[in-house]
Write a protein that binds this ligand. Structure first.
Ligand code: RIB
Ligand code: CA
Length: 308
């Protein structure tokens, strides 16, 4: 079975870290590169975190390039309340073993897209993806799919209306969803239906270094969810986007129109999903509407447990 070549654009971030480990543990994927974008924390912190995660699994050959250090138009806040001051609070990880590549994330994505078609898996704000589309429209045809962790048909998580990744840079998201590229939207509606329990996370503690790191990540990450949602099972938002590329049976998607609210009002950053097809706006995304939670969590824990 040929591997699917992917670039993961991320803002590690606890669930980003688990998504990276899942991708690197999965023979179905070729992780061509990892790119970073300001979101959960500042660009320098999320870039260092991405390299630290690759160091945990010995992925020294995977290039990491830093991208946008702020949203396209309006600045956004980091999510220190969720991911801590480092962006990866919890595990005691050594400093990154290397520097990022000396090129911008968008240039690295463009360089790799010129070589062959790629699936892009953005799991942070969409700033880099929007810049790529704006700067290199001729390369859009080489993008197999943009599998976005972001948005929600229903409630938001950073405001009542908006999911964090989209809220950080709604203008970038609008640019992506209006592009000619195939877009798959994996939102909170499904990520919150496929939780990683404290028990399943803790059971990874004796499953190698990566398993132990994930157990420590989850121990920190769940305290936010306990406070806000009243339980210590947590969504692993970003890993579900990666899992979808590995095993398309995990999610059910349907083609719908997604409109982005880029106003400065209370719904800024909302993904307005026309689920009942009440408008004549054409479908522009495959929107995840159902998830096989057990299939996802079994894949996630089995693959992470298989890492050294
Ligand atoms: O809303 C969840 C998303 O925001 C995830 O990607 C998480 O890492 C944060 O970036
Ligand atoms: Ca993220």
């Amino acid at each position: 079975m040929p591997k699917t070549p992917v670039i993961i654009d991320c803002d590690p971030g606890h669930d980003d870290a688990m998504a990276l480990m899942l991708a690197l543990a999965s023979p179905e994927l070729e992780v061509v590169a990892v790119t970073t974008v300001a979101g959960n924390q500042t660009l320098d912190k999320v870039t260092a975190n991405a390299i630290r995660v690759l160091d945990v699994v010995g992925a020294d050959a995977v290039p990491v390039a830093a991208g946008a250090d702020r949203p396209l138009v309006h600045r956004a806040a980091v999510a220190a309340d969720v991911h801590g001051e480092t962006g990866l609070d919890g595990p005691d990880l050594p400093p990154p073993s290397r520097d990022p590549e000396p090129i911008h994330a968008v240039e690295l994505m463009a360089r790799e897209l010129r070589k062959r078609p790629l699936t892009l898996i953005p799991v942070g704000p969409l700033t880099n993806i929007a810049l790529l589309i704006a700067m290199y429209p001729d390369l859009v045809e080489n993008i197999e799919d943009i599998v976005v962790m972001g948005g929600a048909i229903g409630l938001g998580n950073v405001t009542p209306s908006a999911e964090f990744n989209i809220w950080c840079d709604p203008e970038a998201a609008k640019r992506v969803f209006e592009s000619e590229a195939d877009v798959t939207m994996i939102g909170l509606d499904v990520t919150h239906q496929a939780m990683l329990s404290a028990a399943r996370a803790d059971a990874l503690r004796d499953k190698g270094r990566a398993g132990a790191v994930v157990a420590d990540l989850h121990a920190f990450y769940r305290r936010f969810h306990l406070e806000v949602y009243g339980h210590d099972d947590t969504p692993v938002h970003d890993a579900l986007a990666v899992a979808h590329v590995i095993d398309p049976k995990i999610l059910n998607t349907t083609q719908l129109n997604v409109e982005l609210d880029v106003t400065q009002g209370p719904c800024r950053g909302r993904t307005v999903v026309d689920q009942l097809r009440r408008t004549d706006r054409p479908a522009n995304a495959h929107v995840a509407v159902g998830v096989d939670a057990d299939r996802f969590i079994d894949l996630l824990t089995e693959r992470i447990g298989s890492l050294a």
